[in-house]
Design a protein around this ligand. Structure first.
Ligand SMILES: C[S@@+](CC[C@H](N)C(=O)[O-])C[C@H]1O[C@@H](n2cnc3c(N)ncnc32)[C@H](O)[C@@H]1O
Length: 188
């Protein structure tokens, strides 16, 4: 019986590792947010989000960002959504292993209603940003905060821009937007 259990666990680990490797090798645009950017983003969310705030990671990949956010600010209700079958399975496994309350969903974030969201995070290809801008402008409630990483909205002016690596400014930037409240810095 113990041998069978060990065998099941071993096969599970090997399958998970195989999926992880193939996704890493074949997958495109699955970069996780850097640790340095995570720290800045968590500070912004911590300062801004009310207790129990609803946060979405649009395109959560394997769940690294969403679960780190949940760990850092446990009272948040964190949702990660991704349309990539393997990545979302790996995110769900990660969530289960860590017994995290983060909810991972497979799907197209353009198809879900974000009107309840307090915070939206998006680290996506720039081609997706015009359509996402339109959706968030139409759907989000006033006061909702949006943080984008590297890619930015074409028409919406950010209330703040944060350079995470000053020595290499082009490498990574964070753009902070607030629905319905133009030009009011979250941090001075
Ligand atoms: C750069 S990764 C984001 C990583 C994650 N946010 C993090 O920081 O750890 C972008 C992800 O967006 C997902 N994606 C792109 N378009 C999507 C869509 N329309 N709906 C859901 N997921 C999408 C991709 O599958 C990819 O995993």
């Amino acid at each position: 019986m113990l041998e069978l259990l060990m065998l099941i666990i071993l096969v599970g680990v090997l399958v998970g590792y195989f999926l992880f490797l193939t996704d890493t090798i074949l997958g495109s645009n699955d970069l996780a947010t850097s640790t340095r950017a995570c720290e800045k983003i968590f500070d912004i969310i911590q300062a801004h989000a009310p207790f129990g705030a609803i946060c979405y990671d649009l395109g959560c990949a394997r769940g690294f960002f969403a679960m780190s956010l949940q760990k850092r600010i446990p009272h948040l209700r964190v949702y990660g959504i991704d349309n990539h079958r393997i990545r979302i399975i790996l995110a769900k496994i990660r969530g289960w292993v860590h017994q995290s309350p983060t909810v991972f969903m497979r799907g197209d974030f353009f198809a879900i209603n974000l009107s309840e969201a307090d915070v939206v995070y998006a680290y996506l290809l720039k081609e997706l940003m015009p359509e996402l801008e339109k959706k968030l402008r139409e759907e989000l409630k006033a006061g909702a905060v949006i943080i984008t990483n590297t890619s930015f909205f074409p028409y919406w002016e950010p209330i703040e821009t944060i350079v995470t690596y000053p020595a290499e400014e082009r490498f990574e930037k964070l753009f902070i937007y607030k629905k319905g409240e133009p030009h009011q810095a979250l941090f001075s």
